[in-house]
Design a protein around this ligand. Sequence first.
Ligand code: NDP
Length: 236
Amino acid sequence: MTGGSRGIGAAVALRLAEEGADVALTYREGEAPARKVVERIEGLGRRALAVRADSAEPVALDAAVARTVEVLGRLDILVNNAGVFLVGPLEQLGPVEIDATLAVNVRAPFQLAQAAARHMTDGGRIISIGSNIAERAPFPGLALYSMSKTALVGLTKGLARELGPRGITVNLVHPGPTDTDANPADGPNAEAIAGLTALGRYADPAEIAATVAHLASPDGRYVTGAVVSVDGGFSA
Ligand code: NDP
């Protein structure tokens, strides 16, 4: 999985390990938090591996997949989680921001799905982390981020059709506001954001991970091409 050292990604990595998976996770900069997640997974009796791989770099992603297969011996579940959240007025988002966003939020999930499908056998799982903002953009400044996350809807549906005959399911989870370093529940706009949900609060990362774990499990085998909102009613 990508971006497994903190936030939603770390919660997904730990939950999948609790369910019996060995986990390879990527990170971009933070080696220490990545190591901590690896240690916690090993404490659960599973194997784990942290690979530094910036999702903006295709060569690094290919190397991460190769290392995962080399160390863990197989690849059954791909979770595309790492994301870039660049927001601002239209005129402040130029080619640099557009390329950075599309590289990590769109190209990387496509490239990794392609690579993972090469290694997966029947029953494989591809799960991407989108965003509630793909469903509803309540503030100005979200166009680039929303565009990138909406692209994952097309990727998910298209791949579900392509990989269905092989028994591989492909799904998209749209988290709502979730308490992470990227969007802390005690941040400056948190109260207003929480107020946009039906439940009136932020999610804990474990609440997003629970749905990912369901989709990844044998119980999720008939769900494919789906967009699942885990957003506290943000899009209701
Ligand atoms: P965090 O910033 O808390 O964590 C991001 C994780 O991804 C870290 O492990 C980080 O590693 C890694 N990462 C970031 N950029 C890259 C990169 N270019 N290549 C590889 N790894 C990278 O983010 P969240 O947990 O909040 O977000 C996770 C996903 O959920 C994102 O796709 C985001 O868009 C989505 N999301 C989040 C919501 C929220 O409210 N939090 C709401 C809706 C969607 P490192 O420590 O090395 O930087």
